[in-house]
Design a protein around this ligand. Sequence first.
Ligand code: ASP
Length: 462
Amino acid sequence: MRSAWWVLGALVAGLVVGLLVNTLWTSATWEMLGVMDSKRYLSRAVVEAGKVDPNAGAGVGASVVRVVREGAQFVGEVFVRLLRMMAVPLVLFSLVAAVAGVMRPGRDGDGVASGGGELRRLGLRTVGVFALMAMIAVTIAVLLAVVVRPGAAVPREAREALLAQQSGAAEARIKQFQTFDAQSTAWGQLVDVFAANPFRALADGNMLQVVVLAVLLGIGLTMIDAARRERVLEVVEGVGEAMLALVGVLMRVAWVPVFCLTATITATLGWGVLASVAGFCGVVLVGMGLILVVQYPALLVVLGGGRVSLGRFARAMAPAQLLALSTSSSAATMPVTMQCCDAMALNRRTTRFVVPLGTTINMDGTAMYQVLCVTFLAQLYGVDLSVTQLIGIALMAIVVAIGSPGLPGASLVLMVGILQYAGVPLEGLAIILAVDRLLDMARTVVNVTGDAVATVLVDRDR
Ligand code: ASP
């Protein structure tokens, strides 16, 4: 908990420092330091032979600024990489141990009845809880979009300016989606959940494939000699525990990289852009807020069976939420989410089962975001959506949330598919891209919190 306060302090400090740099550090400041082309200077681009270096006059001051900036980026990136390094093996090991443990005949260490029926119950309950949560989230999103209509209020000039600014980035996403779409039919995408080569699935970090692999491996383990199975499980559980122990150490120093991450992101965000789509950003933030302060607490109270009080839940989840906010990656945050669930004294087996699965397929923030973005762009372009189309968008948003990896900006590529379905011009993605980094932070907090809520709801009967 102490480290959570440090992380919160670092987050706020990073935000303030980043914002100050963003507003006070202008091209005139660079010029004072002898830098005429700051983009070029910061990227350390080599000057072509025969050309004049516009930054030839850059002095020690400019170098120091550049090194500090690079140092901050380095610290943040290494931290996120270390967390992500744990994600794939942790999903594999946790799920293998959880599935094999649940299916083990007799009673497990927590005194819970085990067996194949138990795995089925756990699996069905988990998927049922995920589905219920996602349905509520997209319903709130549709209602918000229809009632507030944020897209109707954007001035035409702002729209054109945003389109021009981000069109390159948007085109890259659209191309990525088209390649993906051309390569696979719906059946093909389903087939793709099964890895022909499990090692490739692990190497590529294809979480859906890793989940299937882990569940099958866990089931396989229950079919072999008991003594042998226990030996394997001991190793699997031991490695998982070792990783979580490392995460514990990482969290003690997390405030440093969190400061670096927040400061570098806010320092480079284009706030001018924000004003023109402030209404949309506001609606997204209100929507995420509604999930966090209405939907989730209501679910915990009504369906949580008094397993965890709201205060305890909020206190225990703070570290994971702060980390989600600063990394925009639920996969990187997953190890900490697990620790937070452990801090709520939930059944370890439930946690090891639900959290990895949730990180992969349970993303209410992402589902809500997809609905809000597509309806916003439809309103902006004057595309009328029928009720059937709205329902279609909501359902597709849930599928996109299932298919998106827990990485920064990951769900934007698949959004192209929904835009296509809704008949909204694809280049509109450019408008969203301008503010996506900021809103990604918010939806990742929801995604991560949702995994813990689901764990509590599933754990209720255990
Ligand atoms: N950044 C989100 C996450 O990691 C995924 C997304 O919606 O882009 O949960």
